[in-house]
Design a binder for this molecule. Structure first.
Ligand SMILES: NC(=O)c1ccc[n+]([C@@H]2O[C@H](COP(=O)([O-])OP(=O)(O)OC[C@H]3O[C@@H](n4cnc5c(N)ncnc54)[C@H](OP(=O)(O)O)[C@@H]3O)[C@@H](O)[C@H]2O)c1
Length: 438
């Protein structure tokens, strides 16, 4: 029997799923975790963590050096870069790594129709094929995790037809296609438990699904839990695929995300995982999640993100050029807060505008919506970033919306609007109101 894994190197620990995987790995007593971070990464990791910094292009020699002594490479890198993994796998083999876990976390990318739909599914499928070939030669073992969609992430990023800010829902075709969903937490815990069960997950695509759902069922749950009625729209998936594939061919990389979304919601491209292979949820002892609890948690979370309120005790100006980086480490939980590093003209313009407006001090609560993707409060890589910034006279609530990946305001209250909330709390004496209702 093969020895259990001990040393794990995690790539993309500061990302949407990487932060959950880092927490789950850190919670396990079995693993020693090292993080691999790009030199240009905007997240500064706490100094007590084992962090290896690597050039942004992930040079093969640096990868090989970084991978030495590691048992497993767990990759959580961003979608549009997954083809970098061919070199990473070569480096892992050269360094004597035992198992490689690719950046997957979606549907069954081994299907030719999925690979033909968009570049990300294609690259992920080819990476998996490459791993399978290397494993057949006995060079390395692999494991991938297919988890369907994350409802919370999707609500935040206006995926799956959900536009909760506008109470609007877009159906692909008849909205009856089924797709699997797994929470971010179950995905991360499932991955870690699968590593703890080395033999039964060797060279395996680990399918996870909390439930399969259609867009119609999803909207029904949202409306019922929110007590709201949404406007509905319809689009033809066939027309959209033609249009977005053409857009990608013309250089619009972001159109890839529409094709990824289409791959899930239509149910036609291998996203209904119950039909694609054996689910590992029970074997891995993952907590069962109902549609209602997942949708409600996502709504509460999104309400927090999209409509966080700051009660202003004194006049408040938010200066977007403020340099700020906050990290808190408590019992293995990593919270990080990113802020873009250089003030730009847009920042200066907005700051001036806010200051002028504040001088009036008679204004009611207001928000300024910035067109995406020009505002860079947080992650440049955010496919559809919509930060909103604001200013506030005393005695009013300020609505804040920003997009750092995982944040904590200094008061200790979690907030995805942390960049602005932290600036407010630390610098300007306001308090962050966490009592947000769905
Ligand atoms: N199932 C779902 O609902 C779902 C949703 C979204 C994504 N996914 C999948 O999950 C995986 C991870 O996606 P994610 O959204 O978690 O990733 P992400 O947050 O966009 O990025 C994760 C990390 O990738 C690293 N990275 C490497 N090259 C980069 C580049 N050129 N630009 C920016 N970051 C880069 C960064 O780490 P450092 O800064 O530390 O170097 C970053 O923090 C992907 O395979 C994606 O397709 C699944």
């Amino acid at each position: 029997m093969a020895s259990p894994f001990k040393n794990i190197l995690l790539i993309g620990a500061t990302g949407s799923i990487g932060s959950h995987v880092f927490k789950a790995l850190s919670d396990s007593p079995h693993f020693t975790v090292t993080l691999l971070q790009r030199a240009s990464s905007k997240a500064t990791l706490p100094s007590h963590l084992r962090v290896i910094t690597i050039a942004d292009s992930y040079p093969t020699d640096e990868l090989t050096q970084a991978f030495k002594g590691q048992d497993v490479i767990v990759n959580c890198m961003t979608s549009l870069s997954v083809s970098d993994q061919f070199r990473m796998i070569d480096a892992a083999i050269a360094a004597g790594v035992k198992r490689y876990v690719p950046s997957e976390y979606g549907l069954n990318n081994m299907r030719p129709d999925a690979q033909a739909l968009n570049r990300v599914f294609h690259d992920k499928g080819k990476v998996q094929e490459y791993l399978r070939a290397k494993a057949a030669d006995g060079a390395i073992e692999w494991m991938s995790v297919s988890c369907g969609m994350w409802v919370k992430w999707s609500m935040e990023h206006e995926f799956l037809g959900m536009h909760v800010r506008e109470k609007r829902f877009v159906f692909w075709d008849d909205g009856e296609g089924l797709f699997s969903c797994t929470t971010e937490e179950n995905t991360a815990v499932g991955l870690v438990r699968a590593l703890e069960m080395r033999e039964s997950t060797k060279n395996t695509n680990v399918y996870l699904s909390d439930f399969a759902i259609s867009q119609r069922q999803l909207l029904e749950a949202i409306e019922r839990i929110q007590g709201a009625k949404y406007e509905t729209e319809y689009l033809s998936s066939y027309d959209l695929i033609k249009e977005k594939q053409e857009a990608v061919r013309n250089g619009d990389n972001l159109a890839t995300f529409d094709l990824i979304e289409t791959g899930f919601v239509t149910g036609r491209f291998g996203g209904h995982l119950e039909k694609e292979g054996e689910l590992f949820n029970s074997q891995l002892g993952l907590p069962k999640k109902t549609v209602d609890e997942v949708v409600e948690a996502a709504l509460r979370y999104i309400n927090h993100v999209l409509g966080s309120k700051i009660w202003c005790q004194k006049p408040l100006t938010i200066n977007l050029s403020l340099q700020q980086s906050l990290y808190q480490q408590s019992t293995h939980k990593l919270y990080h807060l990113n802020h873009h590093s250089q003030p730009n003209n847009l920042d200066k313009m907005i700051t001036t505008l806010i200051t002028v407006l504040l001088s009036l001090l008679v204004l009611p609560t207001f928000t300024l919506a910035l067109p995406a993707p020009t505002a860079t409060l947080a992650n440049d890589n955010h496919p559809r970033g919509w930060p909103t910034v604001g200013a506030c006279p005393p005695g009013q609530n300020l609505i804040v919306n920003a997009w750092p990946p995982v944040c904590m305001a200094p008061s200790g209250r979690p907030t995805r609007s942390g960049a602005v909330a932290a600036a407010v709390e630390t610098g300007l004496g306001a308090t962050f109101d966490a009592n947000v209702e769905v």
